[in-house]
Design a protein around this ligand. Structure first.
Ligand SMILES: [Zn+2]
Length: 134
């Protein structure tokens, strides 16, 4: 059985969230390069991230399923400040203190930032808010 990569993530947790979603929908799912990145997160970009793979014959159906999930999420999401629906999802924010510290340490040690906060960002008022539903 040959597998095709349908999504990649910087960390194994996000990959497993998608795996659970796909398995609930009846797909066979394989996670590749999870352990290497778990042990050495700095390799994530070099080897292309944690890969979510499905059997090649299920590839198109799985991609359609993911697109439908994303559409449902986008329909329900509004900016808490201005009620706009123009939202940029999974934006890498550097506004939190932890992110700034991580970027600063990466800068002076010539490494990659270990912590990046992902948020949704309103494209109308630039307000950043959590990905998680309250
Ligand atoms: Zn807004």
């Amino acid at each position: 059985m040959s597998f095709s990569t349908i999504a990649t993530f910087e960390n194994p947790i996000d990959a497993h969230l998608l795996r659970v979603e796909l398995e609930n929908a009846g797909f066979t799912v394989y996670i590749a390069d999870e352990n290497l990145i778990g042990v050495q997160p700095l390799f994530s970009n070099a080897i292309g991230g944690v890969k979510v793979q499905v059997p090649t014959e299920q590839k198109e159906d799985a991609i359609l399923h993911i697109n439908n999930l994303n559409e449902e999420q986008k329909k329900d999401t509004r900016c808490p400040q201005c009620e706009s629906t123009k939202i940029q999802f999974n934006f890498k924010s550097s506004r939190s203190g932890k992110s700034l510290l991580s970027h600063f340490i990466a800068l002076i040690t010539f490494t990659h930032p270990l912590y990046v906060r992902r948020v949704n960002r309103c494209l109308d008022c630039n307000f950043e808010f959590s990905n998680k539903k309250a």
